[in-house]
Design a protein around this ligand. Sequence first.
Ligand SMILES: [Zn+2]
Length: 337
Amino acid sequence: MNRPDLGIAYFGNRYPNHARADLAEMAALGTTTVVHTCSEADLRWNPGTMAELVSIGNELGLTAWFTPWALGGIFGGEASSYAVMEHPEATQRDNLGQPLPALCLDQEPLRALIRRWLDCAAAAGVTVVTWDEPHLALPNPKSPDDRWSCRCGHCQARFAQRFGHPMPAVWTDEVADFQHDTTMRALEWMIAEATARGLESGLVLLPDEAIGDRGWRALASLPGVTWFGLTPYWVFEQVPSENVEPWLQQWLERMQAAIDGLPVRSVGWIQAFAIPAGREAELARGIEIMDELDIDMVAVWAFRACAAMSELAPADPLKVWTTIETAVRARAAGVNG
Ligand SMILES: [Zn+2]
């Protein structure tokens, strides 16, 4: 019998001896995949160390993935960006022209950064790179006064070329289409660059009711995409306990529909950070729901409930982690028994 796929994200340590102990603990828990964060600092200072961590995991039977942790300010993660500081001319601009701490998705400095990062991932020997919560620096506006991006000179020129008139400073349906297409186009390019290096791509998207599942099927259909993931973090999204099950089921069903019939496997991420006291048991139920809906991989952000990061740690990291350990052991026993 196959083991059920279990992924765990790993960050906060670059000492190989400690990593060996942590990765061995993950392997003993039945983990199949370790998702290493690889930030711009790792790219600059630790490429060889990252390769060593991948190798240690492989020895323990773990498949390694890399996630571009806050790379260029456009992916999820708690890391800072050298490239934003080095390329002030290529950062995103809000609708009033103010620079933002993220690179424009359509300019060369971001592409150069992604190419270097992919070269690092390929050299380290990972099998999958994940495109984790790629986003513009500001979300789509909910009211007319909200700022939005990107309205840099480059994007204004592309907009004018496409629509035949200047890009407005207010949010319109044309602007919404343009920003959506900019994100899709950037992802399509990144996935093709990964494929050219022999790397599979895993998408990891946010549940955003304003966007819904727009574009998901098209992204999942791109050559090179082998995993489609979702971060349905109900505590983070402030879903009340009594609504968690239908909310989670609805988002997971949308994910399954997006990949139906495609050679793509699904990943459901579990939020093991910032969990308030008393909501720990919801995590075990979330894992059960993912199994009930035949999600291919349950993945946990992150190892030992992010105890390495005080601003993100749960109220009781040990309780969160033991809840998850118990749930994944029960899951493995159910599948194998
Ligand atoms: Zn731009």
